[in-house]
Ligand binder design. Structure first.
Ligand SMILES: Cc1cc2nc3c(=O)[nH]c(=O)nc-3n(C[C@H](O)[C@H](O)[C@H](O)COP(=O)(O)OP(=O)(O)OC[C@H]3O[C@@H](n4cnc5c(N)ncnc54)[C@H](O)[C@@H]3O)c2cc1C
Ligand code: FES
Ligand code: FES
Length: 466
């Protein structure tokens, strides 16, 4: 039985937990405002909000309902466009009208819901936040400038938002209906079980599984780990960081502790998928999906991270993330094991980290090639280095030979150009839709150099790649 609140209504349903939220909303509840576009998380037409009670406050995030399993909304508040509509247009809807932000209208619901999710944020938001908040919504006919202008109006309307009680303020300003004020008390009364049970498919956000095995998932026996407290949380204890496997990309992005360790965290993680996907996609899902271009995998291999695998009998073993991958989609993981958490040592002030990704478009696209580096420099010598690369082999690669070569060398152009040659001997890219073998070899070469330009501009700015 799944218990949640859909707009203003309490839902207790025996519908299959694996069915998509989109199908439930449209076909079981006849709320047809939520549209079906791609069914792959790409277009944003199916965007709804999911609200969760955290530290006494509701936090709303936009998600793509077409790849969100019903089981993941257990104990939460789901808001479709019908739950935002009132007898008059909201300021968000009015802004879209005033700026001619809609033409055929197919995408419009998704944009309005995404914008409304930003309005519900408990934090102050900037104009950039408003625009990046619609990075997972595609419009094929209006043109984005009018939608951006609508975003600017919405941003201006929110300037005086009362952050001490945003819901009260938003109700008073007619952004959301009055029933939102009653949601926290109603959510508290919902009963939710998140125990990991035996012999079932583990689902994090479902953003890989529901694209790859869409038809099989509805009737599948599923363990929904995204609500499991044991698999949540980001903790830094002295020099050690532990991240629960069910942490989402958005949770990494928002973590104040991680931002201190990785000043460019936002820049790096915003290259991953879209707001709606980052809000639900987990690190455990990224690792176990084992895509050779998984961004989080490549990011964390470069930090020489370990993963803790746990079985149903609560036995744990810890392995390096780079050793999880034995061959294409072949993992050092037993069928009864799941990833509990990720661990890595925090870099010190003489260790530098960078992540680079090239894809056909900057946002909402998977990498052609990606790479991460952590490098420790002492007295202009490389004393420690970990280098990863994706899209250049059947698994996410740790570039071992290149690291062995670089360790102990002086940080200078000669070292870097020699290392570039070693890299080419330990990768094996194939030609596919994301580029030819030669192109990927060239890309990694350039991205490797980009690491050094980014991290040591004073040393390498005058240099030219030869
Ligand atoms: C539109 C779109 C854009 C995307 N863009 C990117 C991108 O730019 N970069 C990128 O790297 N990825 C991208 N992805 C892929 C995906 O979002 C990520 O890989 C995400 O991190 C997967 O996490 P999840 O929780 O949704 O995985 P799920 O789909 O829930 O699970 C994936 C696999 O991992 C297993 N699993 C999940 N959690 C655990 C666990 N704790 N222990 C053991 N097994 C587990 C599942 O059984 C399944 O086999 C994109 C996906 C979509 C739909
Ligand atoms: S229908 Fe396209 S993202 Fe869901
Ligand atoms: S208005 Fe037609 S797709 Fe956006």
């Amino acid at each position: 039985m799944i218990n949640f609140i859909l707009n203003d209504k309490l839902i207790s349903t025996d519908s299959p937990q694996g069915m998509t939220l989109l199908d439930f909303v449209r076909y079981e509840k006849n709320l047809t405002g939520t549209k079906i576009g791609c069914r792959e998380g790409d277009c944003g037409a199916c965007t709804v909000l999911i609200g969760e009670l955290t530290d006494g406050k509701m936090e709303y995030l936009s998600v793509t309902s077409c790849i969100t399993p019903l089981g993941n909304v257990n104990g939460k508040h789901v808001v479709s466009i019908e739950g935002l509509n009132m007898s008059e247009l909201t300021p968000v809807q009015q802004a879209m009208v005033d700026e001619a932000g809609t033409q055929c209208g197919f995408c419009t619901v998704g944009f309005v819901v995404s914008f409304s999710g930003l309005c519900l944020s408990n934090k102050a938001i900037s104009y950039e936040d408003v625009i990046s908040g619609i990075d997972g919504n595609i419009c094929r006919c209006t043109g984005y400038k009018s939608i951006e202008r609508a975003g600017e109006r919405i941003y201006n309307n929110l300037k005086n938002k009362d952050l001490t009680n945003p819901v009260k303020w938003l109700v008073e300003q007619h952004f959301i209906p009055e029933y939102f004020a009653s949601i926290p008390e109603r959510i508290k009364k919902l009963e939710v079980s998140t125990k990991i049970t035996e012999g079932k498919i583990i689902v994090g956000g479902g953003t890989d599984l529901y694209v790859q095995k869409h038809d099989e998932m509805e009737e599948a026996e599923i363990n929904f780990v995204s609500n499991n407290k044991e698999l949540k949380g980001i903790h830094i204890d002295g020099k050690f960081c532990t991240i629960g496997a069910a942490a989402t990309v958005t949770e990494l992005l928002e973590s104040e502790e991680l931002k201190k360790v990785f000043p460019n965290l936002r820049k790096h993680l915003k290259l991953i998928s879209s707001t709606q996907i980052r809000n639900i996609g987990t690190i455990g899902g990224n690792f176990v999906n084992a895509s050779p271009i998984g961004d989080l995998t490549v990011f964390f291999i470069a930090l020489n991270s370990s993963v803790v695998l746990k079985n149903k009998a609560n036995n744990e073993r810890t392995i390096l993330l780079k050793d999880l991958y034995k061959g294409y989609k072949n993992l050092d993981k037993n069928a009864d094991e799941y990833i509990s958490r990720l661990q890595f040592t925090i870099t010190d002030s003489s260790t530098y980290f960078n992540f680079e990704k090239v894809s056909k478009r900057t946002h909402l696209d998977i990498a052609s090639v990606n790479t991460g580096i952590s490098i420790k420099i002492e007295e202009n010598k490389i004393t420690e280095i970990n280098l990863s690369a994706g899209g250049v082999g059947p698994i996410p690669l740790y570039l071992k030979n290149t690291c062995v070569f670089l360790k102990g060398k002086t940080l200078e152009m000669k070292t870097i150009t020699s290392a570039m040659e070693i890299i080419q001997t330990e990768i094996a890219p194939i030609s596919d839709a994301r580029g030819t073998e030669e192109y990927k070899r060239l890309l990694l070469r350039q991205l490797f150099f980009a690491h050094f330009l980014e991290l040591f501009p004073a040393t390498f700015k005058e240099e030219v790649i030869v």
